[in-house]
Design a protein. Structure first.
Length: 134
């Protein structure tokens, strides 16, 4: 997933007259949202590149919208769309992912996460499994 975020980072820089400073400032925040996305169902529902794009858009909406406008303006034929999807459909998907990631991140409870992590570690400990040689 990180590779897709780096690709989105590189893609936004390919725009002529790209605001490199804004892109670099958005990267740490986008990475934070990417970490939040791992705690949601996003990766079961959407492609990694769409999640990465949504994380960048959550970090800097104007930057990503400007990039997508430029990218889709480069298309000469309707059959040759970037990313294999129409802009309206991609925008709707990105908004859905943003909602999922931001709501999922707000609902996290650190105590619950630590408890689940502790139970998972004990489940994977071979000493605790009946019938093993340990």
């Amino acid at each position: 997933m990180v590779a897709n975020e780096l690709r989105a980072y590189a893609d936004t820089q390919s725009k002529p007259e790209a605001n490199i400073k804004a892109i670099q400032e958005a990267l740490p925040l986008a990475t934070k949202y990417l970490a939040h996305s791992r705690l949601t169902d996003a990766e079961f529902l959407f492609s990694p590149s769409q999640i990465a794009l949504a994380c960048f858009r959550t970090a800097d909406e104007e930057l990503v919208d400007g990039f997508l406008d430029w990218r889709y303006d480069q298309v000469s034929e309707e059959n040759d769309v970037p990313y294999g999807i129409l802009k309206a459909k991609l925008s709707a998907i990105v908004r859905d992912i943003q909602l999922l990631v931001t709501q999922g991140a707000a609902e996290l409870d650190l105590k619950k996460i630590k408890g689940i992590d502790k139970r998972l570690k004990s489940c994977t400990n071979p000493e605790k499994v009946p019938g093993t040689a340990l």
